[in-house]
Design a protein around this ligand. Structure first.
Ligand code: ATR
Length: 273
């Protein structure tokens, strides 16, 4: 039987996931398809109940459903439990089993591109992506994490839940003075979104700067960081590695993130730009 996998979100039309999963399915001789399921919040429950009948099916969950799907999961993996969000589901024995591969994607890409000291990590943002980054970084041994966010109250709530520090957004960037790693988890700097307004004047050149935005690949944050001599990490790898782990959950094999895949994904990104 063909393997049907896919993505539930709203919107999903511009997702790069079909290119990624079809590449690996071809590489591993897996017959099937990765489909996009545009699902408005009001239809989420109905869609999940329908998919629950498709034994062996696997699907990803994206914005805005990653938290809303939690009550429908029969089991949750420990990372999904800790983050409080699911991005990967497998249908087994008539039930939905939830996983979160975002933290894996985040840290795998980071450690492949750079070996930053985790002495003081400054995370920009306090939403779902920030939670995945915190869980990944704490698991990797981060000593101190500071959350800087437009809405201080959300940063404070997250900081309390995860044992971090919270500060208000500070355009002058003084909080970056002793940062060893800076991570942007907001959508600021993404095509169509406002720019990220933060001076890097205090940042040391030994620091690593990681932007999870991948459209454009070289955000203005990464350009400014590179100008200071900092090592930079773009957001495309996180997308590829979270997909790698999801593919393993569904198909039982960890596929390679190779240059030909990157090329195909980049070609699609450029085409859409
Ligand atoms: P995700 O799950 O992708 O992290 P989210 O949970 O909606 O999405 O979180 C978005 C993050 O980007 C938040 O930290 C948000 O800041 P607020 O908590 O102040 O809303 C941040 N963000 C989004 N748009 C922003 C903007 N225009 N200016 C500053 N921060 C913004």
């Amino acid at each position: 039987m063909a393997n049907i996998t896919g993505l539930i979100g709203y919107p999903v039309a511009h997702s790069l996931s079909p290119v990624i999963h079809h590449y690996w399915m071809r590489q591993h001789g897996i017959d099937g398809a990765y489909k996009l399921f545009t699902t408005a919040p009001a239809r989420l429950r109905q869609t999940l109940l329908r998919f629950q009948k498709n034994e062996g099916m696997g699907f990803n969950i994206t914005v805005p459903h990653k938290e809303a799907v939690l009550p429908f999961m029969e089991t949750l993996d420990p990372v999904a439990t800790r983050i409080g969000a699911v991005n990967t589901v497998q249908v087994r024995e008539g039930a939905l089993h939830g996983y979160n591969t975002d933290a894996y994607g985040f840290i795998t890409h980071l450690t492949q591109q750079a070996t930053p000291s985790l002495e003081h990590v400054v995370i920009l943002g306090a939403g779902g992506a920030a939670r995945a980054a915190i869980v990944a970084l704490q698991q990797a041994g981060a000593v101190r994490i500071t959350l800087m966010n437009r809405t201080w109250e959300s940063a404070q709530a997250l900081a309390q839940a995860f044992g971090c520090e919270a500060i208000a957004w500070d355009v002058s960037g003084t909080a970056l003075a002793d940062a060893t790693l800076v991570v942007n988890t907001t959508s600021l700097g993404m095509a169509g979104q406002p720019p990220l307004n933060l001076s890097l004047q205090h940042l040391q050149s030994e620091a690593v700067v990681y932007d999870i935005v991948y459209k454009p690949l070289q955000t203005s944050l990464l350009k400014a960081a590179a100008n200071r001599g900092c090592r930079t990490v773009d957001g495309l790898g996180m997308l590829l590695y979270q997909a790698q782990k999801a593919f393993e959950v569904w198909h039982g094999v960890l596929p390679a993130v190779d240059d030909a895949l990157r090329k195909q994904v980049l070609a699609q990104l450029t085409e859409e730009a």
